[in-house]
Design a protein around this ligand. Sequence first.
Ligand SMILES: *[C@@H]1O[C@H](CO)[C@@H](O)[C@H](O)[C@H]1NC(C)=O
Ligand SMILES: *[C@@H]1O[C@H](CO)[C@@H](O)[C@H](O)[C@H]1NC(C)=O
Ligand SMILES: *[C@@H]1O[C@H](CO)[C@@H](O)[C@H](O)[C@H]1NC(C)=O
Ligand SMILES: *[C@@H]1O[C@H](CO)[C@@H](O)[C@H](O)[C@H]1NC(C)=O
Ligand SMILES: *[C@@H]1O[C@H](CO)[C@@H](O)[C@H](O)[C@H]1NC(C)=O
Ligand SMILES: *[C@@H]1O[C@H](CO)[C@@H](O)[C@H](O)[C@H]1NC(C)=O
Length: 783
Amino acid sequence: MIDEKTEVYKAPRARKNISIFKGLLISTIIAILYFNFFNISFPFSIFKTNSPELNPSKIILDSLEINLAGNWSKKYTSEPHLAGTNYPFVEWTEQKFQEFGFDTSIETFEVLLSYPKDHDLKLLDPKGKIIYTAPLKEDIIDEDPTTHNDTIPTFLGYAANGNVTGQYIYANYGTKRDFELLKENDIDVKGKIVVVRYGRIFRGLKVKFAQDEGAIGVLIYTDPGDDGEITVKNGYKQYPKGPARQESSVQRGSVQFLGGEGAAPGDPTTPGYASKPGVERKDPHQSIGKIPVLPISYREVKPILHKLNGHGKTIEGFKGDLDGFNYTTGPTKYELNLYSYQDFNITPIWNVNAEIKGEKSNEVIIIGNHRDAWIKGGAGDPNSGSASLLEVARALGDLKKAGHKFKRSIVLVSLDAEEIGVVGSTEQGEYYAKKYQKEVVAYFNVDVSVSGKNLNLGSSPVLNDLLLETAKKIDYPEGGSLYEHYISNHKYIPTLGSGSDYTVFLEHLGIPSFDLGFSGGKNDPIYHYHSNYDSYHWMEKYGDKDFIYHNVASKYLALLALELSEKELIHFKLNDYAKGLSSYYNQTIYKVPKNWLDKEINFHPKFNLEQYKYMKEITQGHYVTPICKPMQMGIIHDNGEVMHNNNQHHKKTLKDLLHHTHKTLSFFNNVTETYDLKSEELQLEYNNKDELPIWKKFKLFFQIKYHNKGLQYFERNFLYHEGLHKRSWFKHIVFASGRFTGYAGQNLPGLNEAIEDEEFDRFVKWVHILDSTVSRVGHHLLL
Ligand SMILES: *[C@@H]1O[C@H](CO)[C@@H](O)[C@H](O)[C@H]1NC(C)=O
Ligand SMILES: *[C@@H]1O[C@H](CO)[C@@H](O)[C@H](O)[C@H]1NC(C)=O
Ligand SMILES: *[C@@H]1O[C@H](CO)[C@@H](O)[C@H](O)[C@H]1NC(C)=O
Ligand SMILES: *[C@@H]1O[C@H](CO)[C@@H](O)[C@H](O)[C@H]1NC(C)=O
Ligand SMILES: *[C@@H]1O[C@H](CO)[C@@H](O)[C@H](O)[C@H]1NC(C)=O
Ligand SMILES: *[C@@H]1O[C@H](CO)[C@@H](O)[C@H](O)[C@H]1NC(C)=O
């Protein structure tokens, strides 16, 4: 039974138009008084324009004809720079931004971090005799100077301290399903150490599921079976002699429970609020584990897994490609002793913010990249992105120096502590939540900008058109445009999950975001993710000779920022969002159990004051109409009339509701299409504004302002104040990271999770939330 509420607040249409008209009239009078009072000669002051001689995109592309990405990469990969360390890199980054003409500031937070101190892993025979001690080290490679000295030990951020001994089980990828399969095969992991391979889901969730099943420790290794074609078995040489994985390479990483139920991203001691000095700290164990975990290379795990051969069960889907291991689950009488010890401290971290102020200073574009790496190098992750970010700064700086006045503000941010759990971005997003929700138009993320040649994008659909149109203006190094390259490999731009710094912007604050980067394809060199071999040498030799793709990424980002900043009408396409919604919805309801469809829905929507207030605040009152009393609401019909559920004549079934939502989505598709057409129309009028009489210029000015606010705050509407089921930090009802995958996106999480959990009432509640949200936004956008 549900007594949850829906939220639909809709002023009658006629009144809204009157209010817009009144608003326009009053604003015009005020504006005229204002301009006269300050003795500003209009019409010139209404719309500021740059000198027509300036060609901004040419200035940017010319500036990036010189490619300094390799220089910045060399600098960032020359010393260790784990989260909360290497303050000289912070200062150096700030100084570069200043040189390029940005105003800068350093934002400090104090967060829980863990640093490696000691670790050990021993294999014991049934008599308890030590028969193997894993070195837990990556090889030194002569050709690769990064590996010579000063390297960071292999470890996993936030892995609990502990010294455990016990039998061990091979648990495949350690997914929720893998643990279910073990149970179905009577393999009990309780009291045992679990050995899992990397892949499929975020590593922290492997640890969460193991811990939930009663395991006492976890060992995570990289299986060559997950390296595709480029393996030693297929005749390729290992790095540094060839493109295959170096056998001693170890993937470090965070084992925070990112995206898992009960967990929140960011500092685990301050879920949902910023880690400034003196704040209350909570027990972090909702978001991090209690059992020790170590990462290990495939060479080192072999003697351990070989002992399982022929013991336990063979389970379908558990097979990888490790030499000499036949993938039986164990256990045997052999045991592991696994010891991990780290320093857990509340430590300062530093984000470097750099801004060029635009004329519309409350319309801001943020471009973020994190600076911290798990290893001394990090030529791919994250410092290919850091190099690209500095190149973007240099190009935009050149444009500013040429005398260009930016329309919107552009903020670049070099973030700290992403690796440990998107901490730097989350704390900053939480700290500036109100400001960001008020001002930010979009967040652009670049993490690994290059680890190969194939462009990958992930985005909120409102940005799809911007991404694709801008890609047409850039050459792809192997011929054709970047756009042609992208569409030859992708049918559409996927949505975002988690695993990088856009998480707080999109999923907590409702700010349209995208993520971009070039990565390797099936036959490209193996990228040594989070290993010492993610080094400058690897990048120069295998990843991106001459840093050409770094340069393409920089050009792309800079032109994206330019287009979104300089086009008078915010370059969003709402109809792409509507189409996306319709397709996620179709993909979802297709999974609804057939026997749910004729079930009666027992639902009495009430006016939800909390959600109303929340919406009013985060859309600056834009998507609610303050002069009208919020109505007692049910569902809105296509003609704008309200269907009051409480005085219905006949009972509704789920089928009726689903059908209604289909219609709501179709209506939404129609109004967004019209809204987008209006954007184009206004842009056209703007382009020809010099022909307009003064009063029409004024009218256009306010029309554009109003229309742009509709675009700027559009995505905020899809936040729900209570957040997702058991994941209240995640507020977005359309996009979330999967609760069982961490990285991968889950569209319409409320609906899909209710289906997975077979909870009918919860499903109905989430359909109502979706329907009423879409209906409310659609009616607002009606022109
Ligand atoms: C960039 O690196 C190249 C090659 O090492 C060097 O010649 C050049 O002076 C460097 N430029 C800057 C601006 O650091
Ligand atoms: C590491 O080696 C480099 C070059 O061989 C040297 O410049 C640097 O000082 C060394 N670092 C440490 C901490 O020994
Ligand atoms: C960890 O436990 C093992 C087995 O009990 C013991 O031999 C070893 O000394 C312990 N290591 C540490 C650092 O406490
Ligand atoms: C796995 O290896 C063991 C020992 O080498 C052998 O006895 C067993 O038959 C193998 N099992 C499979 C399924 O290949
Ligand atoms: C979803 O399904 C409805 C009804 O079958 C259809 O009209 C609509 O076009 C579909 N949406 C998409 C994006 O395919
Ligand atoms: C949307 O527009 C199409 C085509 O004009 C029309 O057939 C359909 O009825 C409209 N849907 C709604 C819900 O208004």
